[in-house]
Design a protein around this ligand. Structure first.
Ligand SMILES: CC(=O)N[C@@H](CCC[C@H](N)C(=O)O)C(=O)O
Length: 379
């Protein structure tokens, strides 16, 4: 006899099959709404915002509103797992665990629809975390502000920790980020007549290498910074000199001041390449996220509480990943934590297979924490 699948693991698998880009999470939103329609409607209020969803569960005797956020979008990664429920959208994959984040949020939400507590709850299914960023416009929206929580929490899967472990720290957890797009436009030509052309393969290659000296030579070694060029495109064929090149990357720093410094140096180097190669240059900073800064008191209290449970707690270091949940935490006290999912492949890897047992661990932990938190300060 086979054991029936935990319903939230089953939902995760359905979500895993339909990964979608930021602000295009149409099927994802539909699937979530269809599930929510199976719950007692009189106990919650469901509203949509772009491709996101807000679910308000009124408390019995509210003195505050607790918010829980899950992100919804996926990445342009071609899945390389052999899972029976692998992505059905070519070139797209839930390679950053947002399918887990949504399934866990549904599990916690379902519990509270059936067992409301004193405090109000707001569940936020937020589009476009990977880019261009859904948190900032959502925070500015009327719909969110009409139900603005007094505290917010969220989690992110962590491949490197075992199931049954969470990791967190007060203060900065994730870095400041900025996307980076650089276009170089010179003059294409015949491979055999380089003196008549203006080769953007060489310009882009030199720039990619030069940019690496910013972190090693311009940033204070005691400050953390990353400049990764993840994509470099130029040229059309082997005997044509490329007239155009595009570099795409991301910058990560632990302070906004270092971010400014790195950007200033990029601007100077790109200007230099323009001079040296007599080409046109353009920089687009794309989406940038502020750091994820965990509220000191709430995080310490959470950590003390986790120590009373069977879940293992690790006080981790800050990571250079980015998350637009940082925008929520800039305005609303709260925290984000890492959930151990034990997989040898890291976030964004085409073979990442987070362990599904972590879904139940997280649902239980978050549910119990919210219940406990809601009882705090009441007579
Ligand atoms: C947790 C995680 O992996 N988040 C992403 C956020 C991406 C931000 C933005 N699109 C960028 O690339 O700068 C990450 O890559 O850290």
């Amino acid at each position: 006899m086979t054991t029936p699948l935990n319903p939230f693991v089953a939902l995760r698998r359905q979500l895993h099959k339909i990964p979608e880009p930021g602000f295009k999470e149409v099927k994802t939103q539909r699937l979530l709404l269809d599930y929510l329609a199976t719950l007692p409607g009189e106990r919650m209020e469901i509203q949509t915002w772009k491709t996101g969803i807000l679910v308000h569960i009124p408390g019995n005797n509210p003195s505050r509103r607790i918010g829980y956020r899950a992100d919804m979008d996926a990445l342009p990664v071609e899945e390389e797992t052999t899972l029976p429920f692998r992505s059905t959208h070519p070139g797209w994959m839930h390679a950053c665990g947002h399918d887990f984040h949504m399934a866990i949020a549904l599990g916690v939400l379902t519990h509270f629809v059936h067992h409301p507590i004193d405090d109000d709850l707001l569940f936020v299914f937020q589009p476009a975390e990977e880019g261009p960023g859904g948190a900032k416009p959502l925070l500015e929206s009327e719909i969110f502000n009409a139900r603005r929580p007094d505290m917010m929490l969220a989690l992110h899967i962590a491949p490197e920790y075992p199931v049954g472990t969470i990791a967190v720290k007060p203060g900065i957890l994730f870095a400041n980020t900025s996307e980076l797009y650089i276009d170089l436009v010179g003059r294409g030509g015949h491979a055999a007549m380089p003196h008549l052309a203006n080769d953007m393969v060489i310009a882009a290659s030199q720039l990619a290498v030069q940019l690496q000296s910013i972190v090693s030579r311009n940033v204070d070694p005691q400050e953390a910074a990353i400049l990764t060029i993840g994509k470099l495109n130029a040229g059309t064929r082997q005997n044509v000199i490329a007239g155009k090149a595009r570099l795409e990357g991301t910058i990560r720093t632990l302070s906004p001041e270092t971010m400014r410094k790195v950007k200033d140096r990029i601007e100077a180097m790109v200007r230099g390449i323009g001079e040296a190669f007599d080409c046109q240059t353009a920089i687009d900073w794309g989406a940038g996220y502020c750091q994820v800064y965990n509220d000191d008191a709430l995080t310490r209290e959470f950590m003390d509480w986790v120590r009373t449970t069977e879940v293992r707690l690790v006080e981790c270091r800050e990571a250079m990943t980015g998350e637009d949940f940082g925008y929520f935490l800039r305005e609303i006290p709260g925290f984000m934590f890492w959930l151990g999912v034990d997989t040898p492949y890291g976030l964004h890897h085409p073979r990442i297979e987070p362990k599904e047992e972590s879904i139940e661990v997280a649902i239980r932990l978050v549910t119990r924490y919210i219940e406990w938190k809601s009882r705090q300060g009441r007579g």
